[in-house]
Ligand binder design. Structure first.
Ligand code: AMX
Length: 430
């Protein structure tokens, strides 16, 4: 096999040709329609984007390039990035080449730490993370080459270079943010012998004699890598990137979306919920106590974090992969046992209530509990970890969109008056 850039170089002419032919032959075919409720309701269910890196099926969950995520749980995040970009898993040689590309670009510019230290006390770790990415935009190859008149066919190459630069630095940036945020001291140096995820675990500086925390990080960074194109972070990143803003601007924008409580921030809320259960009952509650607690939460008009999904209608396979890891690594842990009991009780309660379309756990229902077990106890930080992983998918999508010359995103909006006038006219005609 080949290095990532060479592989893409070989694939891209075919992808361009394929897109041209589809548009030429099938360009007028209708694949979706939009109702008034959808226009008012977050465009839910409207098919208006193409994303080849991954697909989320309501009944199967996430598949990366056609491979169910559960089958990729033993892979390294670097392998996943190669897969996201090319549709193929790398062989040992291509993987090692990509890992060395990352290592060569891993040095974080010192100005990043100066900027982060200057941010006001109380800034959320996601603010630090997004800011760090944004300030590194100064070094964007895409922006420099665009100003020099780079040909359109080369946009993807400069986007790939920015993506490699960015991804290579994210573990050190994110680990440094954790040390800054928790006042543990200066960032720890990277260990070039380690893979991307294990190096991140190492730079976080937590004790890990068994190596299980590094395993959890590999799993975490693999499972959160991508979730098709229409979720808030992917769509925000895509839209900003479509204006030919470079990868730093686009990924930072995507991560700002990930910072929302209905999206990536949900994982910190989930652990808070679990810790609230432990505090309330002084340990693992009985199923009856838990049922009552869940109902009380709903009666207070609150959601049960970690349950429900905009698309999925089954237990998230990423939840299952984490659950299996937890059973191996920390089955006796009190927090893990509470997560396990919530899984047994909450879907039943949500089904009985009958509001949530999906009563099953999503990935956030468990990920925080595992991190907590290994001593990563600052749940404000969890979305940063999510963001490090999700940047893999955001970057892969950006590279492919620049390769295909995807134009600027510009759907039409309509006013409420327009909707009233047009629906009334349609009604009168009927
Ligand atoms: N607890 C209580 N009520 C819930 C619920 C839950 N876990 N999930 C959905 N509902 C409610 C909704 O609030 C909505 O109520 P409303 O009609 O009074 O507004 C109703 O059920 C219908 O919602 P839906 O169509 O099933 O969900 P959605 O597609 O609008 O939203 C999601 C999906 C994930 C935001 C929602 O299920 C939720 O808030 N879950 C809890 C938060 C969470 O786990 N977020 C993580 C999402 C994954 C991620 O991006 N990290």
């Amino acid at each position: 096999m080949q290095g990532l850039k060479e592989k893409l170089e070989q694939q891209i002419p075919g992808l361009r040709q394929q897109a041209r032919e589809i548009i030429k032959k099938q360009g007028d075919k209708v694949i979706s329609h939009v109702t008034v409720s959808q226009a008012f309701g977050g465009m839910r269910g409207v098919k208006g984007l193409v994303c080849d890196t991954s697909v989320v099926d309501a009944g199967q969950g996430l598949a990366i390039r056609g491979i169910p995520i559960g089958n990729l749980a033993c892979r390294l995040p670097e392998e996943i990035f190669y897969l996201l970009c090319t549709g193929e898993l790398p062989d040992a040689e291509s993987l090692s080449a990509l890992q060395s590309e990352f290592r060569q670009r891993a040095q974080v510019p010192p100005y990043v730490w100066r900027v982060l230290k200057a941010l006001p006390e109380g800034s959320h770790p996601m603010t630090l993370f997004s800011t760090a990415i944004l300030v590194m935009e100064r070094d964007s190859v895409f922006r420099r080459r665009y100003a020099e008149g780079m040909p359109k066919d080369d946009y993807w190459k400069a986007t790939l270079e920015d993506s490699l630069q960015l991804l290579a630095k994210l573990p050190a940036v994110a680990a440094g943010i954790h040390r800054l945020y928790t006042r543990r001291g200066a960032p720890l140096p990277s260990d070039p012998r380690l893979d991307w995820a294990a190096d991140y675990a190492h730079m976080l500086g937590l004790t890990d004699p068994s190596g299980e925390f590094a395993d959890l990080m590999r799993l975490y960074l693999t499972l959160h890598c991508d979730h098709e194109g229409g979720n808030v972070s992917a769509f925000a990143c895509h839209t900003v990137g479509s204006a030919l803003s470079d990868a730093y601007y686009a990924v930072s924008a995507g991560l700002n979306g990930l910072a929302g409580p209905l999206h990536g921030l949900a994982n910190q809320e989930c652990l808070q919920f679990v810790l609230g259960v432990r505090k309330r009952f002084g340990g693992v509650p009985t199923d009856e106590q838990l049922r009552e607690y869940a109902w009380n939460t709903l009666h207070q008009g609150r959601v049960i974090p970690g349950y429900g999904h905009a698309i999925l209608r089954v237990t998230d396979p990423r939840f299952t992969a984490f659950h299996q890891f937890g059973e191996r690594a920390c089955a006796a842990d009190e927090i893990f046992r509470i997560v396990d009991r919530i899984f047994a009780i909450v879907p039943e309660v949500l089904r009985e209530q009958g509001k949530a379309k999906d009563p099953w756990p999503n990935v956030d229902a468990i990920s925080g509990a595992l991190l907590y077990h290994f001593g990563l106890a600052e749940f404000d930080y969890y979305t940063v970890l999510f963001g490090v992983s999700r940047a893999l998918g955001l970057c892969a999508q950006l590279v492919l969109n620049r390769a295909l010359g995807t134009p600027i995103t510009r759907p039409n909006s309509v006013s409420t008056e327009w909707i009233k006038a047009n629906t009334q006219a349609a009604q009168a005609a009927a």
